[in-house]
Design a protein around this ligand. Sequence first.
Ligand SMILES: [Zn+2]
Length: 432
Amino acid sequence: MKTVIRGGRVIDPGLGLDALRDVVIENGFISEIVEHADTAYARVVDATGAIVSPGFIDMHVHLREPGLTHKETIATGAAAAVAGGFTAVACMPNTEPALDSATIVADVLRRAEAAGLARVYPIGALTKARAGVELAPYHLLVDAGCVAFSDDGTTVANALVLRNAARYASDLNAIFVSHCEDASLKGDAVMNEGAPSARLGLDGSPGLAEDVIVARDLLIAEDTGKPWHIAHVSTATSLDLMRWARSRGVRATCEVTPHHLLLLDDRFDQYRADAKVNPPLRAERDRQALLEGVRDGTIDVFATDHAPHGLDEKAQLLSAAPVGFSGLEIALGAYAAALPDVPLARMIELHSVNPARILGVPGGTLAVGSVGDVTVFIERAWTVDARLFHSKGKNTPFDGATFPRRALATIVAGAVVYEHGRVLPRDEAVHS
Ligand SMILES: [Zn+2]
């Protein structure tokens, strides 16, 4: 099987490449990058006027399966991924039951394989049932295919448990990913603590709730030597702590969501829950610090925290509605809107190169011999219509927004799984 992505501007930061080229994939792997490829017997993707990048990897999504399949399934989540330009996603373990056993992880991988779309990398639970008490069986979970560990959705409250976990897992390549939110400081908050929460008379969660846990976890990372990743940073102080930890040699990385780069805590005046999320949308000072964190290199990764829910669930009162919303199908455009001044090579590092390196998974490069995972995108304005999402979660605070960039084609292991607005499962892609 041969696929040729023809005539696009090929950008690979790792190779130092930015030129008009044809990318050739044979039997699932990149076989050559040349000025004019032989297209005989090949599936051709016309990338004229488009940008050709190593496949995008979203290292923070919620696929909801097992247990919460009314919100999303692995198949619908994988379809949303490729429609958004993502060739791979890492899925969080806050399913029901949690991803804390090899059997459940094997089932996730089987379903992902059957879907035949994006690669899916399970993130195992840090503690059994994500209860924060007993350690999960890390070695068994890595053998089953887990690439990282996290109790995302909640913070491991007990510092001794977390320290023991990091020591126990110190010889495994799988990083720890922290959701940083101190439960006592957060209380029953539904939004950020600030002028808007005071005006609305709603409980707010201070940035301090995030900062104290970021500091704690970076100190445990230093103490144990465990490589550590901070999920969805949302405050200026979190970034200062990241810089401080790195200056001491801590192997720490972090990610930012599109919504924390674009939205503020001033949008709850109608008490609607469409933008309710954890960590909450913050104030302008924090948002500016996050934008600067991308520009100065403090932030390593773009990650959506794709968190689909049913429309009826999100239509509840602000206090009752669940946190989060779909992100996979808006991310490419939203990041472009947030950071129009950042060079494409740097954007591709955050979308692809860095998540591949941090997770230790294939991809992040178009070097000959590497996996044939490619994202083709175009600088063209489009308007978000959540009803058209492939995700079951049709909620986004960006519904109706216009973004300047979108995916044109998504290629996984040489198979064109998304093109011209259509999702093409791998079997179909091979034969079309
Ligand atoms: Zn989280």
